[in-house]
Ligand binder design. Structure first.
Ligand code: ASP
Length: 471
């Protein structure tokens, strides 16, 4: 568009430009030939508008990128298409330039796409994202993030970015590790969450922190999951109770649903707060689906699960906790505070200690979790011991205990999963449907071919030799 003389008009703007000559630019959505006349639908970020081409045109086809100069005309009443916002107008094409040709696409993009093989969708993700459904999902996700930012900033929160190259922050999964070139033989871990940093920001006196944070967890494949990374709204507050955190979260998401998803309704307010024991006895799960009518795609049933046990019996999957011989693993994470009344039980009957954990549940999915944190070094130490930490393992968290020795406010937080939340609100079957470039559940990246081998030079710089074990 080097020497563009006219200002570009968007498809949606043509409804206010009847009688004007306009310049449009976008993709050919469809081509329909009717004898001497060809109808082309032009698609841009604002939607679709119909163009009529009378003269014998160049061979323009679906998904070609075109620039068009044309006259906006109102359609006769009988030709109005009520299904599209620009259905009252059409463009009489004066000049059509093909900017770039499109090969035949590997799959249709005018369907919802659910039945197309996941691998192919992933390989050609940039085409899959042209699909109106995917386009809408990304747009709604972006609007949700903007809503959350505005909501929290207006309530005195500070948005802070925390490091990605860091030290282990266990949340119950394996770490991804990154080799250091400057300190050969040493490794960074990618954060499973910003948990420790956000607590340190409370020691720093920020009082109200949030971040739309990427988290990395090397978990085994699961069908409805994307592998490796996800996004959470990470929050931490000082001088608060669990109730404060739950009310703030509830207020934020109730307003977000009303403003951005007006066709959806929340079936029960305030959101029920259900003790873990009760919810397990009644529903057999700690994330019950409380919808009154599961056939209704617009019902949102939020609830809180509280009063979790602080510990569960350690299973062989809790490989990173302690020596593997300890009986107890944290049911949330190791920074969650015990209920004040239950502190004596830490010495006598740890499995009966309740934790100040709160999980946010929506339509049967866990969409967030958080807790009030331990801020007393001696209790933190006791938890480390109960989960079987050796002195060396404890020393990995010395910085937390040191920080807490300089005046730490009582604090707590929560981290709703953005992908999971938007997926559930939109009624999508997988979080991959609300992520731009998700990895497959088996760990293959979208479009680009990773993981892939490092070059000999890269490995040499890192001082690493790759040895394949046969077993
Ligand atoms: N760090 C926790 C998580 O990622 C959330 C929290 O405790 O705030 O699940």
């Amino acid at each position: 568009m080097a020497e563009r003389l006219m200002k570009r008009t968007l498809a949606i703007e043509t409804i206010d430009a009847i009688g004007q000559e306009v310049l449009l630019a976008g993709w050919v959505n469809t081509r329909r030939d009717h004898g001497k006349i060809t109808f082309l639908d032009l698609r841009d970020r604002s939607g679709i508008v119909q163009m009529v081409v009378i003269a014998n045109q160049q061979q323009v086809g679906a998904e070609d990128v075109v620039e068009v100069v044309g006259l906006v005309k109102s359609r006769p009443a009988s030709m109005v298409n009520p299904k599209i916002p620009t259905g009252t107008v059409e463009i009489e094409v004066k000049k059509l330039t093909i900017v770039s040709h499109a090969r035949e696409l590997p799959f249709p993009i005018d369907t919802d796409g659910y039945d197309i093989n996941e691998e192919i969708r992933s390989k050609f993700r940039y085409l899959d994202l042209r699909r109106p459904r995917m386009n809408r999902n990304l747009r709604m996700r972006s609007r949700a993030a903007a809503f959350i930012r505005n909501f929290l900033l207006a309530r005195d929160f500070i948005e802070v970015e925390t490091p990605i190259l860091t030290k282990t922050t266990p949340e119950g999964a394996r770490d991804f590790i990154v080799p250091s070139r400057l300190q050969k033989g040493n490794f960074y871990a990618l954060p499973q969450s910003p948990q420790q940093y956000k607590q340190l920001l409370m020691v720093a006196g920020l009082e109200r922190y949030f971040q739309i944070a990427r988290c990395f967890r090397d978990e085994d494949p699961r069908k409805d999951r994307a592998y490796g990374e996800f996004t959470q709204l990470d929050m931490e507050l000082s001088f608060v109770t669990q109730e404060d955190i739950m009310q703030l979260t509830e207020d934020m998401f109730a307003r977000m649903v009303a403003e951005l998803f007006p066709q959806k309704y929340i079936s029960q307010s305030p959101w029920p707060r259900l003790p873990h024991k009760e919810v397990m006895a009644t529903y057999g799960t700690d994330k019950p689906d409380l919808r009154k009518d599961t056939n209704d795609p617009n019902e949102l049933a939020f609830s809180w699960t509280i009063d979790f046990p602080l510990f569960t019996e350690q299973s062989k999957d809790d490989f990173y906790y302690g020596s593997g011989k300890a009986r107890f693993a944290p049911s949330h994470h190791m920074f969650t505070a015990p209920h004040a009344d239950d502190i004596p039980l830490l010495d006598t009957d740890p499995l009966r200690v309740r934790g100040l954990q709160h999980d946010l549940v929506l339509n049967g999915f866990e969409v967030g979790g958080g807790s009030i944190r331990i801020h007393q070094p001696e209790i933190q130490n006791k938890v480390f011991e109960l989960i079987g930490f050796s002195e060396e393992q404890k020393s990995q968290f010395d910085h937390m205990l040191t920080a807490f020795s300089y005046g730490v406010p009582p604090h707590g937080g929560i981290a709703p999963g953005i992908d999971r939340l938007i997926m559930t609100i939109l009624g999508e079957p997988s979080i991959r449907e609300v992520m731009a470039f998700p990895a497959s559940s088996g760990g293959a990246t979208s479009v680009m071919d990773a993981p892939s081998a490092a070059s000999t030079e890269q490995l040499a710089e890192l001082g690493i030799a790759v040895i394949f074990k046969t077993k």
